[in-house]
Each structure stands twice: as structure tokens, then as C-alpha cells.
Design a protein around this ligand. Sequence first.
Ligand code: ZN
Length: 133
Amino acid sequence: MEKLTKPKYINPNCTECSTTLVLLDTLNNSESEYVFIDEWACPKCYDGSTIYMDWSQEYIDEINRRAEEATNHPENMIPWEDVRYSMYKKLGLTDEEIEQKIKETEEEVKNMTDEDWEEFDKSIKVIRNVKID
Ligand SMILES: [Zn+2]
């Protein structure tokens, strides 16, 4: 696959230091064969949590629209278990592996304290890096 060198929708430079952003997976030396093409980070400022999402305005509008729809009509929503299942299916996991993964996550969530949740909320900071042109 062709390697992405620049985000598509957002300003390709860091808002703090103007360094050119790189794919987050490149910074993390991710061994995964999947690279998230919409997650970017500054090689100088990256602190393990600040990332830039390369989303178009249309996509953000769509997310906001769906969030509103979910708030107004919770009865129309697809259960999270179903979403998760089809996500894992798309990644090529077998039913057995999916069941295992879901069990593991449930176990993890059960053992999380209030402090853990607070950490979790703080753990990802997304910057909306608006393109200037
Ligand atoms: Zn920077």
C-alpha cells in the first residue's frame, strides 16, 4: 500500500511547533499490520496522548448528526455488542476469537476503578487541526 506522508483534510503541521505531522503508528513503531490513516501526531510534541484526527468537515458533521440522533432516539441505535462483533469480523477474527476478546474486555471493564475511568477519559486528547488554505 502507498505510504501516506500527509494528512488529507487538516493542517499538516503541529499547532504548537509547526513540525510536519506524521502517522501516529509510525511514531509508536506499531508492529500491527493495520495502520490508522486518520491518526496523526507531532514527532516533537507527542506525549503519548495528543493526536490529530484527519477528518473532513463533512465527516465531523455526520458524527455530530449521529450523536444528536442517538440522544433523541436511543431506541433506533444498534447495540454496542453488535457493532463490536461486526468490527472484529471485518478484521478477520473467528467467532471464537471474538468471544474471547469480548470476555477479556468485560473483565477489564469490571475491574476498573473510578480513578481508572478518569485516567481513561484523560488519556486521549484530540486536536482539531483546521486546515488553513
Ligand atoms: Zn509539535
